[in-house]
Design a protein around this ligand. Structure first.
Ligand SMILES: Cc1cc2nc3c(=O)[nH]c(=O)nc-3n(C[C@H](O)[C@H](O)[C@H](O)COP(=O)(O)OP(=O)(O)OC[C@H]3O[C@@H](n4cnc5c(N)ncnc54)[C@H](O)[C@@H]3O)c2cc1C
Length: 370
């Protein structure tokens, strides 16, 4: 029970975010943000923090806005949720695989793998991003937006980053060639891994581009701007200044302060500049090639790798078929939906749990008052 909460946030559980304004929050959801704006104004991060704190879970905010229990342990959150369920008299059946939910004269019949059948006058489907849950929703009349993974690292084997696993660059710009639209150009820290690229900028890009990347089999051209704070012209000025200020030094041995030395050496080599070439001897063609490597490096993406810290499913129950005031199904009376089973997914930072808390709370309140 609560297995995902237990492993979440690297075992610390990133419960929610310090951002509270619904419109600002909505921008952290590649899918579902608009639909969540109303629900966030009724039970958003502020109410979530209040709910947990008033039940003994003290929370703290990290500098980037992520909120964790002060215990730094997801067990605190698991314990709180389990205690509250017990206090409310909830009967929990673990390892009870639901194989079907059938409409019945008065409500539903829930079928378990064991053969047991449970009668229910209302049902909340909160099965996360699992295909079995989508099948249950579809069997009750819902349209499923095809699922695809979100929040992943990119595989890209390239001589420029070979041997640099673990190297992090604090500010890069990344986009995918041929793709434009909201969220499809990202900026932030990036990490070179054994297999390609990860880190916040890549995870955000993977979330916004989850659908097109899935559709092209994760084969794409990643364009990396290693110095996004500089425009084309200011980079040219900086390189020209380096040419006179560092004239006698080798180019490869004088990295800009923003870039790790080994990465710079590789980019310089990729621009066709020999390891001993001095700044004074750098030709215009070299300058042009180097600027290209720095501002528009092209890397062939050949696949995706799992981000161990957090991953979610994009796609799920079509949002048009759900009333976001109550989370009631518009196509199957008595059915309610909450969490990742819906076509909602957020970036990392507590946004995925927040949408689960928000929609779960609204559904629970509505179901209790029917
Ligand atoms: C490794 C990892 C770390 C994460 N860390 C964070 C984090 O720190 N912060 C954050 O905001 N988000 C995090 N997430 C995302 C977050 O865990 C999910 O978005 C969230 O758990 C979704 O909640 P949910 O209740 O909709 O689904 P889930 O938490 O997936 O729960 C669904 C439940 O339904 C059960 N179920 C499914 N089908 C059936 C069936 N047929 N019969 C019976 N039971 C069924 C499942 O077993 C499960 O218990 C993380 C995800 C992962 C994978």
């Amino acid at each position: 029970m609560l297995a995902k909460v237990a492993i979440s946030g690297g075992g610390r559980c990133n419960v929610t975010t310090s951002r509270t304004e619904p419109r600002e929050l909505a921008a952290f959801y590649p899918r579902g943000g608009d639909a969540l704006r109303g629900p966030f104004s009724r039970f958003g991060p502020r109410e979530t923090v209040e709910w947990f704190q008033s039940r003994g879970v003290r929370l703290k905010v990290e500098p980037d806005g992520r909120m964790f229990p002060t215990s730094n342990s997801s067990a605190t959150v698991v314990q709180c949720l389990s205690d509250q369920a017990a206090r409310a008299g909830v009967r929990v059946l673990t390892l009870a695989n639901v194989t079907g939910v059938e409409r019945a004269a008065a409500g539903f019949r829930v079928h378990l793998l064991s053969g047991e059948e449970l009668p229910a006058d209302r049902v909340l489907l909160a099965t996360g991003g699992e295909r079995g849950g989508f099948a249950l929703a579809a069997s009750l009349g819902h349209t499923i937006v095809p699922p695809a993974p979100s929040l992943f690292a990119l595989e890209a084997s390239d001589p420029r980053t070979a041997g640099l696993a673990g190297v992090a660059v604090t500010d890069v710009g990344v986009r995918l060639a041929g793709l434009t639209g909201p969220g499809l150009a990202q900026r932030g820290p990036m990490l070179v891994t054994h297999r390609g690229f990860s880190g916040p900028a890549i995870l955000k890009l993977s979330a916004w581009a989850a659908r097109p990347l899935h559709d092209c089999g994760y084969r794409a051209e990643l364009l990396v701007n290693w110095l996004p704070a500089l425009e084309q012209e200011s980079l040219r000025t900086r390189l020209t200044e380096a040419k006179s200020a560092l004239a006698a030094k080798s180019v490869a041995a004088s990295p800009p302060p923003e870039l790790p030395r080994r990465l710079w050496e590789n980019l310089v080599a990729a621009a066709g500049v020999g390891p001993e070439l001095r700044w004074a001897d750098l030709s215009n063609r070299h300058l042009h090639e180097l600027a290209g490597q720095l501002l528009r490096g092209s890397y062939a993406v050949t696949g995706k790798s799992t981000n161990k810290d957090e991953f979610v499913t994009c796609g799920g129950v079509s949002l048009k078929e759900v009333d976001f005031a109550t989370m009631a199904s518009r196509v199957c009376p008595g059915l309610f939906l909450a969490g990742e089973v819906l076509d909602i997914d957020g970036l990392t930072g507590g946004f995925n749990f927040q949408s689960a808390w928000t929609t779960g709370r609204l559904a629970g309140v509505a179901m209790a008052s029917v």
